[in-house]
Structures are given as C-alpha cells and as structure tokens.
Design a protein around this ligand. Sequence first.
Ligand SMILES: Cc1cc2nc3c(=O)[nH]c(=O)nc-3n(C[C@H](O)[C@H](O)[C@H](O)COP(=O)(O)OP(=O)(O)OC[C@H]3O[C@@H](n4cnc5c(N)ncnc54)[C@H](O)[C@@H]3O)c2cc1C
Ligand SMILES: NC(=O)c1ccc[n+]([C@@H]2O[C@H](COP(=O)([O-])OP(=O)(O)OC[C@H]3O[C@@H](n4cnc5c(N)ncnc54)[C@H](OP(=O)(O)O)[C@@H]3O)[C@@H](O)[C@H]2O)c1
Length: 249
Amino acid sequence: MTKWVSGKVINVVRYTSSLYSIKVMAPVDSFLPGQYAKLALKINNKRVQRAYSYVNAPSNKNLEFYLINVPQGELSPYLCQLSAGMMLMISKEPAGFFILKEIPQCNILWMLATGTGIGPYLSILQEKKDLERFNHLVLVHSVRLGCDLSYLSLMQQLEIEYNGKLRICTIVSREKFINSLYGRIPELIKNNALEKTVGLKITAKNSHIMLCGNPQMIRDTQKILQDIHQMKKYIRSSKIGHISNEQYW
Ligand SMILES: Cc1cc2nc3c(=O)[nH]c(=O)nc-3n(C[C@H](O)[C@H](O)[C@H](O)COP(=O)(O)OP(=O)(O)OC[C@H]3O[C@@H](n4cnc5c(N)ncnc54)[C@H](O)[C@@H]3O)c2cc1C
Ligand SMILES: NC(=O)c1ccc[n+]([C@@H]2O[C@H](COP(=O)([O-])OP(=O)(O)OC[C@H]3O[C@@H](n4cnc5c(N)ncnc54)[C@H](OP(=O)(O)O)[C@@H]3O)[C@@H](O)[C@H]2O)c1
C-alpha cells in the first residue's frame, strides 16, 4: 500500500502551452537518481494518482517533476493548474529500477529520451555519482518541436561541467531546428546519423542503451538495436543485456 505525504508546491514553470515542471517540498524518503514518485490529487472526492520521475538530484531537497498536460488526461491537466503554495499528495517511498545499479559495466552509456522522458537522466547527471565506471556518457533528447527542448540550457551546462565526458544531442521531429538532428531515434540509429553526430559508435561490446518515454519509440528502438547491433534487452534477474527501458504509458 502506498504511504502518502503532503507536498507543498514551491514553483510551477510553464515552458510551452503543454509542458511544465513542478517543484515540491515534501518529507519523502531518499531516492536513487532514475527513480520515480507517485503524485496524486483529490478530484471529485477520489484520489487520482500517477507515476512521475524525479528530475532533481537526490541531494537537492527541492523535488522536481517535468510533465506534459495530456488533453483529457485524468490527472495531468489538474496538476498543470497548481501554483506556488498549493498542496498535493506524494508517495513517501520512491520506486523503480531505472537506476545506475542496474546498468552493467560498459564503455559508453547512452541515455535516450522522448519528451518528458528526459527527467531520470537529468537526475542521474545532476547527482554526478557512480558514473566513474563509464568512459563516455551520451544524453539524447527527442521532441516534436524545438520549443519542447525545455531543459536545453541545463543539458548544455551539464555538458560543460562533465568536461568532455558527456555529449548531448537534440532531435526534433516536426521542424528543422538549429543544432539538432531531424527525425526520430530509431531511424537516426539505423542511418548512423546519431553516431556520426555524437562521434561514438554503438556496439554490443562497448555500449549500454537506456530508453525512456514513448513506449512505441522504446519498442522500435529496441528492434533496431537488436537487428543491427545484436543487442539484447537487459534482464534484471540475470543482470545480462544491453538495453534498459522505462515506459511512460
Ligand atoms: C514509471 C513512470 C514514470 C513516469 N514519469 C513521467 C514524468 O516524469 N512526466 C510525465 O509527464 N509523465 C510521466 N509518466 C506518465 C504519467 O504517469 C501519466 O501517465 C501522465 O501524466 C498522464 O496522466 P493523465 O492521468 O493526465 O492521463 P491518462 O488518462 O493516464 O492518459 C494516458 C495517455 O496520455 C499519454 N501520455 C501519458 N504520459 C505521457 C507523457 N509523459 N508524454 C506524452 N504522452 C503521455 C498517452 O497517450 C497515454 O495513453 C510516467 C509513467 C510511468 C509509468
Ligand atoms: N508536444 C506538443 O507540442 C503537443 C501539443 C499538443 C498536444 N500534445 C499532447 O502531448 C502528448 C505527446 O507529447 P510529446 O510530444 O511530449 O510526446 P510524444 O508524442 O511521445 O513525442 C515526443 C517525440 O517522440 C517521437 N516519437 C513518437 N513515436 C515514436 C517512435 N515510435 N519512435 C521514435 N520516436 C517517436 C515524436 O516524433 P513524431 O513527432 O514523429 O511523432 C517526438 O519527436 C500527446 O498526448 C499529445 O496529444 C503535445
């Protein structure tokens, strides 16, 4: 059974008409970067709850979540109406296995996201712990429009802070956008454009791929990686495999 605590909204940032982030103060248990919490509101006297990845590093006590307002969604349109000082419910305990402990040893860790799926990687990269065993980190954010790159300045700042170890890449699918690839993740892997832009090669021997966000992107990307690079899905019980994923719906 989920244990709930009250959270106070300290800030809501609206990036576009549908994308926003919420910062919350709440007495939650400590979490690992990559994990998620459940957020809930009472709507028509019923508690409506959904999972949201932590964006902040665990060492930062301002809890941050990055959301999209799904039209006709049961919860996200209501979370979107919150403002500073308002209250929500948040699960006390974190959940999820999209964490560094579950990533086997490799040379290059690829962190690929669509839309709001960028969150877990920002938590991992802002915490800056347990990354010594990777030689290269690659962060890829794939969105519909350039204006959906809400965390671009944080990505650029992290790239500088990591001093050559982290390479970032943005992908925009519905318009040509400056300094970004055009298209979708699976195709850009298939035609080598992603590897060319990043300057690193994906092989089953040297890489582990994390996929987060749109479930169809995850399925399509897994298929390409299996077909082209003979990579296999990571299995937690055996700790073997090259592809880990967090599906948002
Ligand atoms: C482990 C986990 C972590 C998650 N983390 C996040 C997060 O950090 N940020 C976030 O916005 N959502 C996240 N989600 C999705 C979130 O839990 C809700 O599904 C989402 O907010 C929609 O809820 P809703 O009640 O408004 O819509 P629902 O009535 O639940 O409608 C669901 C439909 O909305 C669409 N949808 C749901 N989530 C998204 C999304 N993130 N991006 C685009 N389309 C979507 C899909 O078409 C889906 O079928 C996560 C889900 C899981 C399982
Ligand atoms: N983002 C917006 O501006 C906007 C506006 C109005 C409503 N919405 C609502 O927001 C939700 C979608 O939000 P979102 O744009 O963050 O998420 P999304 O639909 O998952 O799109 C994010 C990125 O993932 C790509 N993608 C989708 N399917 C893929 C696949 N199979 N393989 C590889 N890449 C794939 C998209 O490319 P494609 O562009 O090629 O699909 C896009 O670049 C929907 O509920 C929608 O109704 C969003």
